[in-house]
Design a protein around this ligand. Sequence first.
Ligand SMILES: Nc1ncnc2c1ncn2[C@@H]1O[C@H](COP(=O)(O)OP(=O)(O)OP(=O)(O)O)[C@@H](O)[C@H]1O
Length: 259
Amino acid sequence: MTAYVITADQIDLTFQTADGPVHALKGVDLTINQGDFVSFIGPSGCGKTTLLRAIAALEAPTAGRLSVNGMDPDAARRARAYGYVFQAPGLYPWRTIAGNVGLPLEIMGFAKADRAARIARVLDLVDLAGFGGKYPWQLSGGMQQRASIARALAFDADILLMDEPFGALDEIVRDRLNEALLELWRKTGKTIGFVTHSIPEAVYLSTKIVVMSPRPGRITKVIDSPLPTQRPLDIRDTPEFIALAHEVREGLREGHSYD
Ligand SMILES: Nc1ncnc2c1ncn2[C@@H]1O[C@H](COP(=O)(O)OP(=O)(O)OP(=O)(O)O)[C@@H](O)[C@H]1O
């Protein structure tokens, strides 16, 4: 039996603005399975962030049903069903890396020893073991973003939601973080929802690629990746990878996304 972790059933989400209604999402249907790595790709304004935020109960749909781990998004948030990684690392400069990673645990009242064990485990997972005592400004941009991923992993939720986490980083750092994220996904078996603008990034990382289009924000195509889960970076030069990237590009074009 397939275990659906996230389901969206005819989701609409309209923002009322001074200039009239903005249809950020319209008729969105989606199923995400346990252990999927799902990328949301599309041009600016197609509702990628809004969909991720709706899954995380940071926005409320105007219509339709969303389920996260069998719960409505609010209940899932209270059950700490997911970790959320924002575009910017958002680390407090006056706290050490360990202090930043442990902050949500501190707020939730976790005991000191439990906190220390969790911090050590997640820093190790993102390859920052030994950097817990440093301050954010002592780390590169890529390391800071890894620290923010560690913070999102602190509760050990099975779902990780990531809103364009590597968008601000240069290509070489981004490549390394993509590799590290895939490794983390393979090691932990988490279900990941990942927003990106980049076709190669979406194709490299995903088991499922959700192509979106704006005005109104909607899903135009869902592509299941035939690539193996073991993916060295040079898989990007293979005919299978290039064909898949082409399919995504065609999907974006069919949605008239780049008009
Ligand atoms: N809080 C808000 N109030 C009003 N309109 C909003 C709000 N948040 C998003 N929107 C609008 O909803 C639409 C979808 O926005 P969203 O940020 O989800 O798109 P996106 O695909 O993530 O874009 P980007 O790639 O630029 O981040 C856009 O037209 C945006 O202007």
